[in-house]
Design a protein. Structure first.
Length: 317
């Protein structure tokens, strides 16, 4: 649906509804949004530009109530999502939506990206979007978690990692990897924080670049669709699988095995990486180069048979 010109003047009864339900509540809604996100936000919506898209439903006679309901829906959804992810999520929203403005517009993308409504980020502003023929329909769901996550993830930016990957690192990697590192350090008889401490290198930026390039290359890359959402979690699981196989070959019990691993991995660094091709296996493998132990897979096999990544660790020693 093409963009319609704004209305020159709204009918009197409609102007009253806009005044009573929208204008009189806008400041309070801005304050609720600002309190929720921890920084000052403003709401910039022009009722005269929205009303021409009305049908015979809610927005035609009660535009002010309709706009208020849209904003209340956004606040409700944000409260739900921020309750799950906390201050890190709020910080991401404030950074990605750098103008700290919530606005509203018609969906101009063809074909529409949503059935009724959704959201995106444009010029640093978070935009509530409605399909032209569906103004006032499914109001509460424009900024539900999946739609808002997609909008934040697809927002233009210079960061080397996407929003989804950054959040995954905070929720699925950082809280868990410390325990894995301690396990590995203990098996090797090392301190977890001394000068000779074990280093686990996830190499998220390099993995992101490899997977993203494979997807963009198209063809038969076979990269899993949820690779951004699973990158942090799977990287943790690759390291966890390493700890399991170190226990299996009795690194912590057999002095000879421990000595062999310490000699081979002279840098005390254990890293994950995505390579163009594998040397020893079909899905994932362990390799040692220049004193660094690498857990590695290809872009198309990322996430496949994770638990077996270090199953041939003894062979590499």
């Amino acid at each position: 649906m093409g963009r319609l010109p704004p209305a020159d003047k709204l009918p009197l009864a409609l102007r009253k509804n806009v005044r009573d339900e929208w204008d009189n509540n806008k400041a309070d809604l801005e304050q609720q949004l600002s309190d929720l996100l921890g920084t000052a936000w403003t709401i910039d919506i022009q009722p005269n530009a929205i009303w021409p898209y009305h049908n015979d439903g809610y927005a035609k006679e009660s535009l002010g109530s309709c706009l208020k309901a849209y904003i209340e829906g956004v606040i409700y959804q944000m409260k739900y999502v921020s309750g799950k992810y906390g201050d890190d999520w709020k910080s991401e929203v404030n950074t990605i939506c750098s103008e700290h403005v919530l606005t509203m517009d018609v969906e101009e993308h063809e074909p529409p990206r949503f059935s009724y409504g959704g959201c995106d980020v444009l010029d640093g502003k978070l935009r509530i979007l409605f399909v032209g023929t569906n103004l006032g329909v499914n109001i509460d769901y424009c900024c539900q978690e999946d739609a808002l996550t997609r909008a934040l993830n697809e927002a233009p930016g210079d960061a080397p990692l996407s929003f989804v990957v950054r959040m995954g690192m905070r929720t699925d990697y950082e809280p868990k990897i410390g325990d894995v590192r301690k396990q590995i350090a203990a098996l090797l008889g090392k301190s977890d924080n001394g000068d000779d401490a074990v280093t686990l290198s996830p190499n998220f930026e390099a993995s992101f670049a490899k997977l993203d390039a494979a997807v963009k290359a198209g063809g038969n890359s076979d990269v899993r669709e949820d690779w951004q959402r699973t990158l942090a979690d799977f990287t943790h699981r690759y390291f966890d699988a390493l700890a399991y196989h170190m226990k299996y070959i009795k690194v912590g019990e057999d002095e000879l095995v421990q000595e062999g691993l310490l000699e081979a991995v002279s840098t005390n660094e254990y890293a994950f990486r995505i390579v163009d091709s594998l040397k020893y296996d079909s899905y994932c493998e362990v390799d040692i180069e220049d004193g660094v132990l690498y857990l590695q897979t290809t872009a198309s096999k990322f996430g496949v048979n994770i638990d077996s990544v270090a199953s041939k660790l003894m062979d590499r020693l």
